[in-house]
Ligand binder design. Sequence first.
Ligand code: HEM
Length: 418
Amino acid sequence: MNTRDAGSATKAEEVSGTYDPLDPVVKQNPYPYYAKLRRDEPVKWLEGLKAFSVARYDDIDVVLKDSEIYSSAEFWPALLGEYDPYPNDPPFISMDPPGHTHLRKLANKAFMPSRINLLRERALAIANELFDDIVKKHGPEGEFDFAWDFAALFPVTVFAEVLGIPTTRRAEFKVWVDDIIAAANRASYGPERLAQIRKSSDTAKAFFEELYDERVNNLGDDIISTLITAEVDGERLSRSEVLSTAILLLIGGVETTTNILGNTFLELHRHPEVYDRVRSDPSLIPALLEEVLRFNPSVHIIFRNTTRDTELAGVKIPKGSAVMPLVACANRDETKFSDPETFNIDRKIDFPLMTFGQGPHFCIGNYLMRMETRAAMEVAMQRFEILMPVSSDNVEWIDSYFARGPHHLTVRYKVRNP
Ligand code: HEM
C-alpha cells in the first residue's frame, strides 16, 4: 500500500497521536511527529517495530560513531531476512570495525572522486537520452510520470554503465532493487509477493555471479573489475565479497537516487519562487539539491543493535535492542539548523547533514549521487521550458517505512525550442 501526503504541517503542536513509522498517517507526513519526538521523546520505544527510535542530532551522532555499543551487524539480516542473496557474506554496511574498515578501504577505490568525475559526461548523455525517449513518446508538450519514466530509469542506467553492461537490462535492475528492498516489509506480504521477492533475489545473485566469472578473466575499467583488482596492504576482496558488495551498491545506490530526484521536484512545486530562480540561474542547482537532501531526504531511518546495556538521553536501552536513528529528523534539529522547518536554498550549513549518516558507515556513494543528480537537473533545466509536477498534494509515496520518495509523480512539461 502506498500512502498519500495530505498536508504540509511541520510543527509538533500540529499533530495529536504518537510517532509510529508504520502508521499511514505518519508516513504521509512524518515531520511534525519528528518535531514532537525531538522535543518530548528523544529516545522512544516503538512497539510496532520493537525498536528504540533516536530523534536528536547529537544523540544520533553518538550512536553512529560508536560501533562498539551500536553495532551494524544486524542491519542486513534485519532488513532482508531470508531474502538476503548472500546471508553468509554480509556486505560491509552490515559489519563493524575492524572488518568493516578493511572492506570499506577496498571499496573506496571504486568511488574516488577522480573516477566519478569521469562519469559525468555519460550521466549527462543518459539524462538527455531518457528525455529524448519521453519527448518521442509524448510529444513536445504534455504529461509524463517523472518518477518512473525518468527518476527510476536514470540511476539504473548509470549503474549499468558503471558495470559495463548493456542498458537493455536496466529495467530488470529496477525490479530486483524494488523487490529486494520490499523484503523489509516481508511480514505483511502473502505467498505470491514473497515468491516474487525470492525470484528477484535469486536472479540478481545469478546475474552478478555470471558477470564476476566473465570479468575475472577479462578485466576492464568497470566497477566489478575495480573491486576484483582493488588492493590494500596486499589484500584483495574474495569472490563472495565482490559479489555482496556489488549487490549492496545496487540496493544502496539506485532507489535512494530515484527518490531524491522525485523529492526535488516535489519541493520545486511547493516553492515556485525557487523553481524560477533555479531555472534562470542553473548554478543554483547544487544549493537546491543540498537543501532537498536536508529537508526531504530519501532515507529516513537506519538500523543498529546494542551489544551491551546502555543509556541514551536518559533512557535505558538493554543489550540486544534494535535502535533506529531517524536521520531525516536530525536534519531538522533546531539546535543545529536555524529555522529548520523552512525550505531555504540560501541557508548557511554549519553542521554536516545527517542524510548520509556519520562515522565509519558514512555513505560511500554520496559523491556519485551528487554528481548524478546535478547532471540530471542541469539537463532537465536546459531541455524544458516547463517541467513541473501537476500537484504536490496527495503524493503517492513508495511503500517503505524507512525510505521516502514519490511512487508516481505526474509532471506537466513543454520542451524548449520544439
Ligand atoms: C540520496 C542518495 C543517498 C542517500 C540518502 C544515502 C544514504 C545513506 C546512509 C544514511 C548511509 C549510512 C548507513 C549506516 O550508517 O548504516 C549510507 C551508506 C551507504 N550508501 Fe548511501 N545513500 C545514497 C546514495 C548512495 C549511492 C548512489 C550509493 C552507491 C552507488 C550508495 C551506497 C552506499 C553504501 C555502499 C553504504 C554503506 C557504507 C558503509 O557501510 O561503509 N548510497 N547511505
